[in-house]
Design a protein around this ligand. Structure first.
Ligand SMILES: C[C@](O)(CO)[C@H](O)COP(=O)(O)OP(=O)(O)OC[C@H]1O[C@@H](n2ccc(N)nc2=O)[C@H](O)[C@@H]1O
Ligand SMILES: Nc1ncnc2c1ncn2[C@@H]1O[C@H](COP(=O)(O)OP(=O)(O)OP(=O)(O)O)[C@@H](O)[C@H]1O
Length: 312
């Protein structure tokens, strides 16, 4: 006899507990990035618009009933214990005082040091996924606080919404951006965020814009479609001519700019086919991807299917 729909979904959830939990770790773009100044703790005050994408890495979690943690991350040249996924898992184990462990597989698609938040998003998905798997019950706010210890970009991925940000990325205001497709080019170089922020020639004196003003502009597709600006771009392009070359190539087709501290550059298009047509014309050997902008993180969408929309 067929099960009642509720019983059916309950049974599915039960079965899923025995399969590895698989969650996405989406990339972000900084649609604009203004540096307002340097704080006493060395971090910089920023104003930025984090646009989440429907493209990224994937993490798979297998529950272990003892404290051991292990990580497989094929193709990523980072020692296990330095990987932000491993560090996130350790941090949560301690904060939640759990005796449970996990084996985690990280499938990397996002280039490291690309300014698209790959490592930060992996860390956020690890915190969200393990909080669920271990039944820790930490709130989104508690997880974001933990995430801040791992990197300035982690909280936006924990919050899980395209957002305006202030401070070092921790004061977030969720916003909705118009649906667009992004062509992201990943020049073959690795930019150190710390080196860019520590550079004497970095411009750090942009005036603050009120958030209300920014929020109005975010909803204005015309403004978003124009060059919104990134204060890191002039310096990064001086240091890495290959990044300038990639942005100038893209600029022939649409306004193009740097994301974060680079190395990736991007441009927005109204449709996926327009983005693809440009992507197909790129010089041989240039890497990149096409992704849709999303207002809700795919990691949260996947978790909501397992737990309901309001629980982590
Ligand atoms: C530039 C952005 O990508 C914009 O989204 C982020 O603010 C960088 O975030 P992230 O990669 O998570 O950066 P973190 O790992 O926290 O910081 C790396 C280093 O960059 C510098 N840093 C970072 C963020 C910030 N607001 N001010 C800084 O001065 C600090 O020297 C820090 O040691
Ligand atoms: N899971 C991970 N994925 C990628 N890099 C990682 C990871 N864990 C640790 N790292 C280290 O972090 C460094 C920065 O990687 P990441 O991809 O987060 O940079 P990014 O794209 O510049 O980030 P952001 O946009 O947040 O500044 C890498 O060079 C690598 O040494």
């Amino acid at each position: 006899m067929p099960l009642h729909p509720d019983q059916n979904s309950h049974q599915n959830r039960h079965q899923n507990r025995h399969q590895p939990l698989r969650l996405p770790a989406p990339a972000k773009l900084n649609l604009f990035l203004r540096i307002l100044g340097r704080r006493a703790d060395g971090y910089h005050e920023l104003q930025t618009l984090f646009q989440l994408l429907d493209y990224g890495d994937t993490l798979e979690f297998e529950l272990r009933d003892h404290e051991a943690l292990s990580l497989e991350a094929p193709g990523l040249d980072v020692p296990e214990r330095d990987n932000l996924v491993y560090r996130a898992a350790q941090l949560l184990q301690r904060a939640a005082d759990t005796a449970k462990g996990a084996h985690i597989r990280l499938h990397k698609k996002l280039p490291a040091g690309g300014g698209i938040g790959g490592g930060s998003s992996d860390a956020a998905t690890a915190l969200l996924g393990l909080n669920h798997l271990w039944g820790c019950g930490l709130s989104i706010e508690q997880l974001a606080q933990l995430g801040r210890e791992l990197g300035a970009d982690v909280p936006v991925f924990i919050a899980g919404h395209t957002a305006l940000a202030e401070g070092a990325g921790e004061r977030l205001i969720p916003v909705k951006t118009p649906p667009r497709h992004f062509l992201v080019l990943a020049p073959d170089c690795h930019v150190s965020t710390a080196a860019v922020f520590g550079h004497p020639r970095l411009t750090r004196d942009s005036g603050a814009i009120t958030l209300a003003h920014l929020r109005d502009r975010v909803l204005d597709g015309e403004w978003l479609h124009s060059h919104a600006g990134n204060d890191c771009e002039p310096l990064v392009e001086q240091l890495y001519p290959e990044i300038k070359k990639a942005r100038q190539w893209l600029q022939q087709f649409a306004p193009a700019q740097l994301t974060g501290t680079g190395a990736c550059v991007f441009a927005a298009f109204a449709s996926e086919s327009e983005a693809r047509t440009v992507f197909q014309q790129r010089p041989q050997g240039w890497r990149g991807f096409i992704a849709a902008g999303v207002n809700t993180s795919p990691a949260h969408a996947a978790l909501a299917k397992l737990t309901g929309p309001h629980r982590a």
